[in-house]
Design a protein around this ligand. Structure first.
Ligand code: 1CP
Length: 350
């Protein structure tokens, strides 16, 4: 299919705070485990194998567009792909998520982290983007994990509920931790620049664990790194909208919207849509924020909550989405035998 001009799409117009004919919608984690066609294609094995095959990743990216008719596609990949690619030993284990046999703990580990060259280290990601934009008639969102969130997996060697290992390292060895964050900032700028060059029309930065940072730590490890990444990208690609998602930032969402230069702020469901309208929407587009649990329970409450959010945010730029990702099993195919963990009860992401 010929690539089409998407700059007047509802999604990109909303990102630019221009009037739209309808509220654009997409779902975090729309490509993945909740779709039977994804499970049929992926079967067993590590998600990284699928990510490294551009034909497979392209197909997975397109699946939710065909099924739901959403207003944007998100690249099928994962936030740990670049650090996996530069040899720091992070893998993604089926049923678990990111796992590092040899976590990042000392200055020796800094030496293992060579600078990311996306053309050499992650050519499959760039090829997937090129394949997707050939097919898509809606914008493609490229993405990366924010430095803090990626660091939490590298340091702990796995997903944690409280990110304690990363907090300990930053407190006990701030110099080493700062070096790690700075390396991740540089790598992320390089990685996202290549995604834009390959054709991604929008960029999203996932700081899924930003909410565990408080006070000055929030400024230093969530706000400042994102600001640096956004300002570097904006100097090269002023027209490419950037969505930032400092999940569970609470009041600090306000500073993120005002200070980072993001065009759009994605918010989780720990803040109400009314609060968002009052405190954040004046500073740009907002994205969110239906609780994912409604996708599991469905019914009248799902419709009621959706309408409530759309109404509360109808006086400014808004992209409808969930507060976090679709749980692995959405309400259409929830089965009684599936475990709490299968349903993503632990939270996290992916
Ligand atoms: O539609 C999409 O969004 C699919 C593409 C995608 C994205 C944007 C995947 C595929 N992962 C991500 C981002 C991601 N990965 C985040 C940020 C967003 C969020 O908070 O949800 C995070 C924190 C991860 C880390 C990760 N990868 C986890 C969470 C672990 C924990 O801490 O509990 C998991 C389980 C993964 C694996 C993964 N990534 C993606 C999928 C579909 C899966 C499941 C594994 C599989 O299908 O084999």
């Amino acid at each position: 299919m010929d690539s089409i001009n998407l700059k007047d799409s509802a999604f990109l117009r909303a990102c630019r705070c221009e009037p739209v004919e309808w509220t654009p919608v997409w779902f975090m984690r729309q490509a993945g485990r909740s779709l039977p066609e994804y499970r049929a294609l992926r079967k067993e094995g590590s998600i990284l194998d699928a990510i490294k095959k551009p034909d497979v990743s392209t197909e997975i990216t397109l699946q939710p567009i065909r099924r739901y008719g959403v207003d944007a596609a998100i690249l099928f990949s994962d936030i740990v792909v670049p650090v996996h690619a530069v040899g720091c030993g992070v893998e993604i284990e089926p049923g678990i998520g990111p796992v590092a046999a040899d976590p990042f703990r000392s200055s020796d580990d800094l030496k293992r982290l060579r600078s990311l060259n996306p053309e050499v280290d992650t050519p499959y990601v760039l090829e997937t983007i090129k394949g997707c934009i050939q097919e898509l008639q809606v914008p493609l969102i490229g993405f990366a994990g924010a430095p803090w969130t990626v660091a939490t997996y590298m340091v702990a060697g796995r997903g944690t509920t409280d990110q304690a290992p990363a907090h300990s390292l930053k407190n006990e060895n701030p110099e080493l931790f700062d070096n790690l964050i700075n390396l991740l900032v540089e790598g992320t700028i390089e990685y996202l620049s290549h995604q834009i060059n390959a054709g991604a029309e929008v960029i999203k930065i996932f700081d899924s664990w930003a909410g565990s940072l408080k006070g000055n730590d929030f400024d230093k490890y969530a706000l400042e790194p994102c600001k640096k990444i956004i300002s570097a990208l904006k100097s090269k690609y002023p027209q490419t909208p950037i969505i930032a998602f400092p999940r569970q930032a609470g009041d600090r969402y306000i500073d993120f919207a005002k200070q980072t230069g993001a065009d759009c702020l994605a918010l989780d469901d720990s803040v109400s849509a009314d609060w968002i309208a009052q405190n954040v929407q004046a500073d740009g587009c907002v994205q969110g924020n239906l609780a994912s649990s409604h996708m599991v329970s469905g019914g009248k409450e799902l419709i009621k909550e959706t309408k409530k959010i759309v109404k509360a945010l109808s006086n400014g730029p808004h992209i409808f989405n969930l507060g976090h990702g679709i749980t692995p099993v959405s309400y259409t195919h929830l089965r009684a035998h599936e475990t709490r963990e299968d349903r993503g009860v632990r939270g996290g992401g992916g």
